[in-house]
Ligand binder design. Structure first.
Ligand SMILES: *[C@@H]1O[C@H](CO)[C@@H](O)[C@H](O)[C@H]1NC(C)=O
Ligand SMILES: *[C@@H]1O[C@H](CO)[C@@H](O)[C@H](O)[C@H]1NC(C)=O
Ligand SMILES: *[C@@H]1O[C@H](CO)[C@@H](O)[C@H](O)[C@H]1NC(C)=O
Ligand SMILES: *[C@@H]1O[C@H](CO)[C@@H](O)[C@H](O)[C@H]1NC(C)=O
Ligand SMILES: *[C@@H]1O[C@H](CO)[C@@H](O)[C@H](O)[C@H]1NC(C)=O
Length: 952
């Protein structure tokens, strides 16, 4: 994903029109296409992707393996994605994590990618693998390793020093991806080369040699599935791949104003661009906005969740539907944690937001609408007022141009920013001629910030739906009837009409308080008019129609029992539909019994819609007492069990403390420190000091950086001035001997500052401009401690920085702090400096529940200028900046926290002000309580402290 450059870039580059096609592509190709004879399982044509000849509506969500270090939790996340009705995930892989030191490539421990692929396979999700080498990803160096900052040559070009640099990683990751391709019985169906190879630092331009070189290295690593590209906008870069696609973040990142949308925020030009750039492939959006990053000093993730909430999903995702986007990936569906120095955090404890439930409605509709997979928008440039006569509305007509039957009409507000409600009627062509809907009278209504998909001549099993203004959630054919679910906002008027082969049956309300009006139309058609409110079930011959309001629609889960063979979990046959529960993960079937796995946050009532052969059911292994409704479905009650747990009161624990800044003492020996003696650098940025003081040149890329210098005073010195660059929201402090000179305390968007001056490394810049060297923007000035982390460390180099305490491993479990004084981070220190704190506690949280925990700090207003790092069992799980924020709650996953035993918590406290600092409060809190069938969590190795050799 890319950040702020998108808007300006979009304007300036897109205005110049589409780029020339790269050589080697021609029109008039034979469909379906294969990847040049490599394999014939994953194919495509101009409409959609196909797997084994069946069209697939690729609806996926982005999840990054490196943001969730607990391997056992991937399956929990993937099952939640699968239960949305999605069929794939997309994932970046992070070069800098796999090759932190040049030539030392590791896939051990949390870096192992195999458990990630295995979990996708087990959940039944295909994988779009995106290994880079560049990923951007709002992460340190855009995924480039820190050592790249002092490797000469222009990165993201065909310069041989760069090409040589990525060989090892690309072969290693390529082979692992290849082994997990669908052709080898794994989940990988597509592999993306590079990422957003879109912006080029003048005078350099798109490097076609680099593009071919990357494709070649994938092929030589055994990748045979189609190669894809993710352009930062539909700009026609890197077209010479199998399936070209692009990014879009149309609602921006202004989380501080979550209800303010721009009137023209909804993109309308993508279909045209697609037809110009890659008409021979499906319209593919490999990143569409699913959330927003929030910077240092930002509004906080709850506001971002509002900006990109259910209303956003309805309007913007349905607009993607209107552009026949048959491959749609949402970035991100699970943002994971802020583990280590990777980047800004997405507050995420694996709980489900309302957005989840809205997405489930849309994904399930797509999953049962094959006509969409061969559709075309018919009136992209003439949507305003079309079909409604209401200029305040835009309606896109999307027709199945292969089946020639079904039409989809996507209605939205002309002014995306409005909160006004519009009344409308729709005049649509149907198989019985033009109809104006509602045909029984009254009007339809569209709320501000809403959008709807109305269908015409839609096929649901053996039922022909002449039209429906009520949106379709799903349908299923069971025994000899078709069960169809339609929904609308609470209180809305809608119509659904059916066309029967011969006589028209009567419609009877069999459940619920809703009423229906009916009317017969030509061609044995019957219209039902109703108001969506609660749940009403209507029987019409062999059709069972569920009429739902949105709240009720949210509660349905569409599950598919596994079939046999290695792709058993990918089955989309034999749906079993269940209403109720916080999450239903899966169903399996044996001789008349349905075995459900799911999660509950309260006592739940279930309704089970299944073939009559199933007359018994279990939930998480416990038999459900079943009753039967008069229309043949099953009901059950399940009492939730949420055992009470006692959490430690962190303030009441015994804490130990030690000074973590002995470097300011004159007797401190820096004899073992790296000497900053380079007089030249390969870094393209100029240095204005007698020796190079860029930390990266000496192998230091993350966390706190310390520099120490000696000089003989002449007596003429009046002050000290420095120019320091540390990345957005960094800070630094300066001492002369033991005297504190001062600090730059950090401003959210300031990455470089001169003045008086320990420095905080907030991560390397991304390198969005190809051939630019942005990620080499240096961090540092003088020099600092700690040799480069070896790849063999359990937790990895992005986990810890250069503080004395970190160099000594004070954050690790098992360090003997018996000699330390007593003192807690809430006591703090009374002067500028750095202190380290340690404590231990036990947890006893039983199995069978998902009780996520977070460390929560409250903002301190007295002596506010300080920052803290939180270490749980040695893993850094929080970087708190009191004077900038916004994050105060740091989720720590089970598996990092030992839920059944001892835990070590360490806290660093760097007071940048002369008055010192203390944490106002620090507590461990449950963020949610769910009775859960989640897979058993295996603790990620919590390797203890051992004496580190050569530290100082
Ligand atoms: C690659 O980069 C190096 C270092 O900047 C430069 O000296 C060399 O000329 C470049 N090679 C090519 C082929 O551009
Ligand atoms: C749909 O219409 C197109 C164009 O008129 C025609 O070529 C095609 O055969 C039709 N398909 C069917 C299934 O009737
Ligand atoms: C149906 O409506 C369309 C406009 O939406 C019009 O072009 C067409 O002539 C109408 N057909 C009939 C039979 O009235
Ligand atoms: C259970 O989860 C649902 C869906 O997220 C939520 O709406 C509801 O408030 C939760 N109930 C409780 C008791 O937490
Ligand atoms: C300071 O002066 C002393 C005595 O001349 C000398 O030994 C030492 O190397 C000098 N230190 C520096 C940093 O110049």
């Amino acid at each position: 994903m890319l950040i702020s450059v998108v808007s300006t870039l979009f304007a300036c580059v897109f205005a110049t029109g589409a780029r020339a096609r790269a050589p080697g592509r021609s029109r008039g190709l034979q469909f379906p296409r294969e990847t040049d004879g490599f394999q014939n399982i994953v194919t495509w044509d101009e409409y959609s992707l196909m797997i084994n000849g069946s069209r697939l509506n690729v609806f996926s969500g982005e999840v990054h393996p490196y943001r969730m270090p607990v391997q056992a939790l991937h399956l929990d996340v993937f099952q939640k994605v699968k239960s949305l009705g999605f069929n794939a995930i997309s994932a970046y892989f992070f070069w800098g994590i796999h090759e932190p030191k040049r030539g030392e490539i590791s896939f051990e421990g949390f870096r192992d990618v195999q458990p990630f692929f295995d979990a996708a396979m087990e959940a039944g999700l295909y994988v779009i693998a995106r290994p880079g080498p560049y990923i951007n990803a709002e992460t340190a160096g855009g995924g480039f390793p820190g050592w790249g900052t002092y490797t000469p040559g222009l990165w993201r070009t065909s310069n041989t020093t760069y090409v040589e640099a990525y060989q090892g990683y690309m072969k290693a990751i390529g082979e692992r991806i290849a082994a997990n391709q669908v052709t080898n019985g794994g989940p990988v169906i597509l592999v993306q080369t590079e990422n957003e190879y879109t912006g080029f630092q003048a005078p350099f331009t798109e490097d076609f040699t680099y593009e071919s070189e990357l494709k070649a290295i994938f092929r030589s690593s055994g990748v045979t599935v189609p190669l894809t590209v993710n352009d930062a906008f539909p700009g026609g870069h890197y077209l010479d791949v199998d399936i070209y696609g692009y990014d879009s973040y149309p609602n921006g990142f202004d989380c501080a104003h979550p209800n303010d949308w721009l009137p023209d925020a909804v993109p309308e030009s993508f279909w045209d661009s697609h037809e110009q750039l890659s008409p021979q492939a499906p319209n593919a959006v490999f990143e569409f906005q699913g959330g927003a990053l929030d910077p240092w000093g930002g509004a906080g993730y709850e506001d971002c969740a509002t900006l990109l909430g259910p209303e956003f999903e309805r309007v913007f995702y349905k607009n993607e539907f209107a552009m026949s986007t048959t491959m749609l990936n949402l970035y991100m569906v699970f943002g994971g944690t802020n583990w280590g120095g990777i980047g800004a955090a997405i507050a995420e404890d694996r709980t489900l937001r309302e957005k989840y439930y809205e997405l489930k409605l849309q994904a399930n509709f797509r999953a049962v609408s094959p006509a969409f997979l061969t559709s075309r928008p018919m009136n992209m440039l003439a949507t305003q007022g079309s079909f409604t006569g209401n200029q305040a509305l835009k309606t896109t007509q999307v027709l199945d141009v292969v089946g020639n039957k079904t039409g989809f009409y996507v209605v939205r507000q002309t002014d995306a920013s409005t909160n006004d409600v519009q009344a409308y009627t729709l005049t649509l062509p149907t198989s019985i001629g033009n109809l104006t809907i509602p045909t029984i009278g009254g009007t339809l209504a569209l709320n501000g910030k809403d959008s709807k998909i109305h269908v015409v001549d839609y096929v649901a099993g053996s039922t022909n739906m002449l039209y429906s203004s009520g949106e379709i959630l799903t349908w299923a054919s069971m025994d000899s009837r078709d069960v169809i679910f339609v929904y609308g906002s609470n209180g809305e008027l809608h119509e659904t009409a059916f066309k029967f082969p011969s006589s028209v049956p009567t419609a009877t309300v069999v459940s619920g308080t809703g009423t229906i009006k009916t009317r017969s139309l030509a061609g044995n058609s019957l219209v039902l008019q109703y108001t969506t409110s609660g749940q009403t079930v209507v029987q019409i011959g062999n059709i069972l129609l569920y009429i739902l309001d949105r709240e009720n629609a949210y509660q349905f889960w569409i599950l598919h029992p596994p079939t046999s063979g290695s792709f058993a979990q990918f089955s989309t046959e034999n749906p079993i539909i269940v209403k109720g529960g916080y999450l239903l993960r899966s169903v399996s079937t044996t001789a008349g019994t349905l075995a459900f796995k799911g999660d509950l946050n309260s006592t739940s009532a279930f309704e089970i819609i299944a073939p009559a052969a199933f007359q018994s059911a279990t939930f998480n292994g416990v038999k459900l007492p079943l009753a039967k409704t008069r229309y043949g479905t099953l009901t059950a009650q399940k009492t939730v069990t949420l055992p009470a747990v006692t959490l430690p009161n962190l303030a009441a624990l015994k804490w130990k403390t030690a000074d973590s800044l002995p470097e300011i003492q004159s007797q401190y020996s820096d004899a073992l420190w790296t000497v900053a003696g380079h007089t030249t650098t390969v870094n393209p940025n100029p240095h204005n000091t007698s020796v190079v003081l860029f930390a990266g040149d000496y192998g230091y890329h993350t966390g706190n950086i310390l520099f120490r210098a000696h000089f003989n005073a002449t007596g003429a010195e009046k002050g000290f001035e420095a120019d320091v660059q540390g990345g957005s929201a960094f800070a630094y402090s300066v001492w002369l001997d033991k005297t504190f000179l001062g600090s730059f305390e950090g401003i959210s968007n300031v990455y470089r500052c001169s003045g008086f001056f320990v420095s905080d490394h907030m991560g390397n810049e991304e390198n969005w401009w190809a051939a630019g060297d942005g990620f080499k923007t240096p961090r540092g000035i003088l020099r600092y401690s700690f040799t480069e982390s070896s790849t063999t460390t359990t937790r990895g180099p992005l986990n810890e920085g250069g503080l004395f305490g970190e160099r000594q491993g004070w954050h690790l479990p098992g360090f003997d702090d018996a000699g330390w004084g007593n003192g807690a981070p809430t006591d703090g220190i009374a002067q500028a400096g750095v202190a380290f704190y340690r404590t231990t506690f036990n947890l006893n949280i039983p199995a069978g529940v998902d009780y996520p925990l977070a460390l929560v700090i409250t903002n301190s207003t007295t002596n506010p200028n300080f920052r803290s790092q939180l270490y749980v069992n040695g893993y850094q799980f929080g970087k708190y900046v009191n004077n900038i924020g916004p994050q105060t709650s740091f989720p720590v996953p089970q598996g990092i926290l030992n839920y059944q035993g001892a835990n070590t918590l360490a806290v660093s406290l760097w007071a940048a002000g002369s008055g010192g600092a203390r944490l106002d409060s620090l507590s461990l809190r449950l963020t949610s309580r769910v009775e859960s069938s989640m897979p058993a969590v295996v603790n990620q190795p919590l390797t203890p402290w051992t004496k580190r050799l050569g530290v100082f």
